[in-house]
Design a binder for this molecule. Structure first.
Ligand code: IPD
Length: 304
């Protein structure tokens, strides 16, 4: 298994040329939590204004890679808010955002990887499973990350080597651990689908092949939340082909710091290449990857 636990790296091994100082990681985590929380407050406040009963949401949604791949005005506002806060708090640092683009910067540079709303379709429909995700990466490795479950008001966060927690709306923080599941047959497996038709057709075939081998499948609609669910023991594993870096940059670190075995493409890999992301509880990770190899799940699914 291509494994990168406990650290989350681009190619699997931490870059020793870029040492990670625990104090710096703690500060990056604090900033990530602040940014994600503030943006989540904005997203929560804006939903009824844009998509509430009686509101005319026409003009608030545009299509991206396909007619079914939406971006709303609130995604754009939340990302702009995070960019403005970063310009103030961390001037000069790079930002890579789902809506505004950007780059991963040079090897020694911090880059903030932002998904302003992961689960945009849920957000539009009012299904309470969408999140703000913010990670600080360097050299292709996530050093700190925060994912805020907007509707539930839960804050998931992690720092490299510093563990993962979930903070409840009343301020209580709980350390996160994956489940102790020991066999794939008892695995609750979360996954997601891309927006392109051909990739979806293949993803559907793979689900059909996997379903007889696992306890059940979940398709919640937010990869960032799926990864946090693995961390919190609310799912045993997550996999998806063709995620973008902003979908997993924070959530994969949170899962890894909660004990998950994580497989990732190099940071910056484009969705089109269809590479696989996996986070699995440690007791099933090897068996699950063997099953993935046997059924063809491990292979990339190129975009049509
Ligand atoms: C999507 C969600 C979904 C996953 C898609 C992602 P978005 O992100 O994470 O669960 O299956 O592949 O694109 O578009 O809502 O930011």
């Amino acid at each position: 298994m291509r494994e990168s636990n406990p650290s989350v790296t681009a190619a699997g091994a931490p870059d020793p040329a870029v040492p990670a100082d625990p104090d710096e990681i703690a500060e990056l985590r604090r900033v990530a939590v602040h940014l994600a929380r503030t943006a989540a407050d904005h997203v929560r406040a804006r939903r009824p204004e844009v998509f509430g009963a009686g509101e005319d949401a026409e003009g608030a949604v545009q299509a991206k890679s396909s007619p079914t791949d939406p971006v709303t005005v609130v995604d754009t506002e939340a990302e702009q808010l995070i960019r403005r806060m970063l310009a103030d708090l961390r001037p000069g640092e790079q930002v890579l955002g789902e809506e505004g683009g950007g780059s991963l910067g040079g090897a020694g540079e911090i880059v903030w990887v932002v998904d302003p709303i992961d689960g945009t379709v849920n957000f539009m429909y009012g299904i309470p499973a969408y999140a703000v995700s913010v990670a600080a990466m360097r050299g292709g490795r996530s050093l700190a990350g925060a994912v805020v479950d907007v509707a539930a008001g839960l804050v998931y966060s992690a720092g490299l080597g510093g563990g993962a927690t979930r903070t409840e709306p009343d301020g209580t923080s709980i350390p996160l651990r994956c489940t102790e599941v020991g066999e794939v047959g008892m695995t609750l497996l979360a996954t997601g689908f891309g927006y392109g038709a051909a990739r979806r057709a293949r993803q559907g075939q793979l689900i059909g092949a996997l379903l007889p081998h696992v306890r059940d499948i979940r398709r919640i609609g937010s990869a960032a939340l799926d990864l946090c669910m693995v961390a919190a023991g609310r799912a045993d594993a997550h996999y998806e082909h063709g995620l973008n870096t902003w979908d997993w940059a924070a959530g994969a670190l949170i899962a890894a710091e909660a004990g998950a075995r994580v497989v990732l493409p190099p940071a910056g890999t484009v969705s089109k290449s269809g590479e696989l992301v996996v986070a699995a509880a440690p007791g099933i990770a090897a068996e699950l990857m063997e099953l993935f190899d046997r059924l063809g799940v491990s292979e990339a699914i190129l975009e049509d």
